[in-house]
Ligand binder design. Structure first.
Ligand code: NAD
Length: 353
């Protein structure tokens, strides 16, 4: 019989083409008078446009966001926020920029408005991450959860199709792991299945026609659902592997997720048959791991860990790091089986249970 605990996080989402025009209203609604606009160096032009839209409500631009939020970057951004007397931040970009907004909020409680331009889903979670000396530390804190999120599909159109493919697989990974999460509730299961369906449809269309705004909107919608799942339940083996590979071997975040997901799903398939049936149904595939691999390929995402720069000599250490601390997973996490998984993923072989 059904039994579950569900805790919804507070969120305000403004979604649709032209949603960026609503940003000044959203900032005002939160009572902010001077918001610091955050971006990566590459997205500075977009940050400048956002600053212009904010007018007097802009406290300036900090365009120094970097992958995995290095503590030095967080410190510089915190100083910029204090020196500009900002009373909030607007993070415009992917998970790295939103992560920087969270790092500022963590020590100052300044409210964050997120304008996501990838499908990382970070904007929907109270999870933050900071990297120091090559080690990434993550935590949960209600203060870092963005107070408003503006999803404008036109902004994600600049994301190259291949990068969109990898980012979309990252979002699908949140949905897949939510389906077999220990805390999964009926609402989360619905969100996860719909997220996979939306992202799979969108990624196939973006690969064929990168300018297709409707497909970009569908992917952003899937990214939102994936982020909501990530914020609601704990993740398992797949995220642990990607966290280890990204943090210890400096692999790119979304691409690592895209490569590992079919293998993590295959590993967990015998222990999570209902979740796999849902994944297959949402993908329109016969087999979930094979369907995920096929989608990643069609979306132009990399197909092996070798392709994204992991040397074969790193596999033993990666298997040790990913299994040294116990964590929940539907199937027991055993080092030799994880090493076999990593070897398959390294070579890009078909995923095997
Ligand atoms: P990212 O934010 O690092 O972006 C990758 C690159 O793409 C950057 O150079 C960025 O400027 C550029 N970019 C982003 N959007 C663009 C667009 N629309 N057009 C052109 N270029 C664009 O990548 P990501 O995958 O979104 O985020 C990865 C980071 O987010 C990792 O550090 C990961 O750990 C973190 N993350 C955190 C959470 C969470 O809940 N805390 C969830 C997911 C990811």
């Amino acid at each position: 019989m059904r039994a579950f605990v569900h805790e919804g996080l507070p969120s305000r989402v403004v979604f649709g083409p032209g949603a960026l025009e609503r940003l000044p209203d959203e900032v005002r609604r939160l009572g902010l008078r001077r918001a610091l606009v955050l971006s990566t160096p590459g997205q500075r032009p977009l940050a400048e446009e956002v600053g212009r839209r904010l007018g007097e409500a802009s406290a300036g631009i900090f365009a120094g966001a970097a992958m995995h939020v290095p503590v030095e970057v967080a410190e510089r951004a915190r100083r910029a926020a204090a020196e500009s007397e900002a009373d909030g931040c607007v993070a415009v970009g992917g998970g790295s920029t939103i992560g920087l907004g969270k790092a500022i909020a963590l020590t100052s409680s300044l409210p964050v408005v997120a304008v996501p331009t990838t499908y990382s889903g970070s904007e929907m979670t109270p999870i933050y991450g900071l990297t120091e000396g090559g080690v990434k530390r993550t935590g949960r804190d209600a203060r870092v959860l963005p107070r408003a999120v503006i999803y404008d599909p036109a902004l994600s159109r600049a994301l190259p199709a291949k990068v969109a493919g990898a980012s979309g697989m990252n979002a699908i990974a949140h949905c897949v792991e939510a389906l077999y999460a220990r805390e999964a509730s009926p609402i989360v299961l619905l969100l996860a299945e719909e997220g996979i369906r939306a992202l799979a449809t969108a990624l196939r269309r973006i690969a064929a026609a990168p300018e297709d705004l409707e497909a970009r909107a569908e992917a952003l919608y899937g990214g939102w659902l994936g982020g909501t799942c990530l914020g609601a339940v704990g993740m398992a083996l797949h995220h642990k592997l990607c966290h280890t590979l990204g943090g210890s071997f400096d692999l790119p975040h979304a691409e690592t997720h895209a490569v590992v997901l079919p293998y993590a799903a295959a590993y967990n398939a015998p222990a999570a048959p209902a979740a796999m049936a849902t994944v297959a149904r949402a993908l329109g595939a016969v087999d979930a791991p094979e369907g995920l691999r096929d989608l990643a390929r069609r979306a132009g995402a990399p197909a092996s860990l070798a392709e994204i720069g992991l040397p074969e000599s790193a596999l033993e250490r990666a298997a040790t790091l990913a299994t040294e601390n116990p964590y929940w997973n539907p199937r027991p996490v055993e080092r030799e089986a994880i090493l076999a998984l990593l070897k398959n993923a390294h070579a890009g072989r078909p995923p095997a249970p």
